[in-house]
Every structure is written in C-alpha cells, then in structure tokens.
Design a protein around this ligand. Sequence first.
Ligand code: DHB
Ligand code: FE
Length: 284
Amino acid sequence: MARITASVYTSHVPAIGAALDAGKTHEPYWQPVFKGYEFSKRWMQERKPDVIFLVYNDHANAFSLELIPTFAIGTAAEFAIADEGWGPRPVPKVIGHPELAAHIAQSVIQQDFDLTIVNRMDVDHGLTVPLSLMCGQPQAWPCPVIPFAVNVVQYPVPSGMRCLNLGKAIRNAVRSYDDDLNIQIWGTGGMSHQLQGPRAGLINREFDNAFLDRLIADPEAQAAMPHIHYVREAGSEGIELVMWLIARGAMADLAGGPPPRVAHRFYHVPASNTAVGHLILENE
Ligand code: DHB
Ligand code: FE
C-alpha cells in the first residue's frame, strides 16, 4: 500500500529561483531566506520520498484565459520547464509518475471531484521553486513528481473547504494504490502578498502566523475561512494559501489518526514582494 508520510508547505516566489540560479544565495538579502531551508534539504535527503504529489498554481504559463481548469492533474511521463519570459530556468526536467497519477485521477474523480487530466504541460516557478528550495541544485530531481495545478488566478477559485476535502480524497486514493510507495504531498504558494494595484507590497505577519498555527492545529477551522478573507488580509495573491489546505487534508489526523509532528517551521519577510512561509509536517 502506498502511504503519505509527510506534507511540505512553502512559498514559491520566482525571485528565489532567480537568486539561486544566479548564485546569489549568500548575499545578505537572500542568506536568511535560504537559511530557513537548510534543515529541509537535509530532511529531504534523509526521508527520500518515492514520489512527490506537488500542489501548485500555474501563472498563465501552461494555461491561459482560454482554458481554466480548477484542478488539473499531470499524468504525463515528463514535464518541461516553462519559459516565463526569460527562458526556462536551468533546472532538470520533471519526471512524472503516469501510473500513480492515473490511479489518483480514477479514485479522486470517483470520489466526486472533477479533475482535468493533463497529458502535456510545462511547469512554472510555482512547481520548480519549491523543488529548488527543498532539493538544491541537483542534476536530476530526486524522485518522480505528480504536478497538481489549482486555479487561484482567475475567479471563481475553489474554497478552502473544498481544498481540504480534496486532500482527504487524495489520501484515500494513495492508500488504495498497491505499490509500497513513500509519498509526500506538498502545498505551495503564499504567504501574504499582493503584486498589483494600490495595495501592492502588502504583508500581514499576524495573518500569516495565525494561518500557520491554525493549519497545524485546526485545519477544519482554517478551511471554513471564506476566500474574500484571504484577499482582504493576505492580499490578492495571498489566496494561493488555499492550496496548502489540499496537502493538509491528506494528513492522517483528518482520517482519525494522530496529529502530525511539526518537523520544521519557518517564516521570513521579505523575499521580493512577499512573505515566505514554510512548514514540514510528518505523519507519525
Ligand atoms: C511573485 C509571484 C508569485 O507567483 C508569487 O507567488 C510570489 C511572488 C512575484 O512576482 O514576485
Ligand atoms: Fe504564485
């Protein structure tokens, strides 16, 4: 039986990827950001997942306004790195896991979630920056990755409760897969940030830290928060945080198991225009 051993949560600020690619990690501005991931890189090497189920949002690179899937699962054998305007990031291509992805699609759709099945898709900073933060700069990513793209760009976006319940369905799907795989689920995006309009640059430390507290200890209460509250308190792009609830919903405690162990928690301002948040939760 496959099992979800841990969930990882992190911001995916593109400037972090650019700083890493340009060798600026030791500059005074960036050093405190990367320091928050030193534990995480060691932890990844020790834990070595067999597959990462990576929840992220595409930023109009794979999808445009012509087609807006709410939830899209990448079922391809591999995914190219998107060109976001400066050429693709110099990182390895992403190897998928078509068999597990197809199984999860089958199971989750039968649990009444509509997923869009994507057999060809380029992946942008939403997916590659978390991989870089957690894995550094390897020749190849350490394991296959199933990209799971959520629409948090074009309204209407899914509610936090739907995201949490989707996470529960993903957990059921993983547990009904026969191979004995160690699977991590990652939720990315956030924390507070607004990239446009009069409130551009908005940061709300109090909201971010309360979100982290509730995500850990009372995810059902966090899931009840309406999307407009994220937008007001965490900025227009702060809505990316609902994706963290998908990963959280897949943890054992929400199916009657013990509470997760907090292996690591990190918060830092600023990185580009955003607050950076990061959390690692382990299933006992
Ligand atoms: C930026 C873009 C993002 O997608 C994000 O989540 C954070 C920051 C940016 O352009 O700075
Ligand atoms: Fe983003």
